[in-house]
Design a protein around this ligand. Structure first.
Ligand code: PEP
Ligand code: MG
Length: 312
């Protein structure tokens, strides 16, 4: 274990035959940022900005936001930093941005981009703060929206980013409708990032907050791999930022599906880096094909591993 970690504690992610798969960190604040640097992240694949908005009566000022964003951007010179605009609602309730009206099913209600469409000033303030934070830094800022359902929403968000002076706008693929129409969405945004946590919740109709449904929330569900494959073949760079990437075998499978970056909690990065470095792209592709042909998550896991001999 220690030897594997020591051998893979740095350097860019790639398969053994050199297909790059950027290994990025999910962060939710400055403390995670230090862990990301320690574990050799090549950048940030998901900066969850909710922490700035917690326990407040009003949105944080643009100045306050700008300072927080700049801290992360300056920590990753020359590297990609993907910031997600506020994802309020459902599992991330925020006092000052209540969903309009009572909701019996908050996960199916006003959340993510849907709330921001009801409060566009909050989103524009965040986008302006991001654009200002990037001025004079060398990090490559990408901005993405959560809970996007269709190309019309994606185009609305891309337009708002452009208005704020941002140059790279993307969307999370975490609603099945967005994956099924990935080609259409790809024509209006610059990149995708698949959120496997919510994509599993919505594809298998299994609330992520309810224990006892773990069978349905398993990221090895072959149907999820089908949806990732659709997103990854739509013609724009496509990362995965849900928990899926932190399973080293699944990291290989996702690379085999054509995913261009994997973002995860920083401590999982060395394991993903080691797993990728021990397999060729062809092995990853064979593992992905075998997993998609399986009829259950369990069978998919076993079928994939048979093609990944480098995993202990
Ligand atoms: C996801 O849904 O997979 C995701 C990465 O976002 P969050 O867990 O913050 O909803
Ligand atoms: Mg999500």
């Amino acid at each position: 274990r220690e030897a594997i970690l020591a051998a893979s504690s740095g350097g860019p992610g790639a398969t053994s035959d050199g297909r790059p798969v950027a290994l990025l960190a999910n962060i939710g604040g400055p403390r995670d940022m230090r862990a990301a640097l320690r574990y050799g992240a090549e950048g940030v694949g998901l900066y969850r900005t909710e922490f700035l908005f917690l326990d407040r009566e009003d949105a944080p000022s643009e100045e306050e936001q700008m300072a927080a964003y700049r801290e992360v951007l300056t920590a990753f010179p020359g590297a990609p930093v993907t910031v997600r605009v506020l994802d309020a609602g459902a599992d991330k309730p925020l006092g000052f941005l209540p969903a309009p009206g009572h909701e019996p099913n908050p996960a199916l209600g006003e959340r993510g981009l849907r709330i921001l469409r009801a409060y566009p000033d909050v989103m524009m303030g965040q986008l302006r703060a991001l654009a200002r934070a990037a001025e004079g830094t060398s990090a490559r800022l990408h901005v993405m929206a959560p809970m996007v359902a269709d190309a019309q929403e994606a185009a609305w968000f891309a337009g708002a980013c452009e208005e704020a002076g941002l140059t790279s706008a993307g969307v999370m693929i975490e609603i099945p409708a967005a994956a099924l129409r990935a080609a259409e969405l790809a024509s209006v945004v610059d990149f995708f990032s698949v959120g496997t946590n919510d994509l599993a919740q919505y594809t298998l109709a299994a609330d992520r907050e309810v224990g006892g449904l773990t069978r349905f929330q398993d990221p090895w569900q072959p149907v999820l791999l089908d949806l990732v494959a659709m997103a990854a073949s739509a013609g724009v760079p496509c990362g995965v930022c849900g928990e899926a990437g932190s399973d080293p075998a699944l990291a290989c499978v996702l690379a085999g599906l054509g995913v261009t970056s994997l973002s995860m909690g920083a401590p999982a990065l060395p394991w993903a880096r080691a797993a990728l470095a021990r397999h060729t792209l062809a092995q990853c592709q064979a593992a992905a094909t075998a997993a998609r042909a399986a009829r259950s998550a369990e069978d998919a896991r076993a079928a994939a591993r048979a093609h990944l001999p480098g995993l202990a």
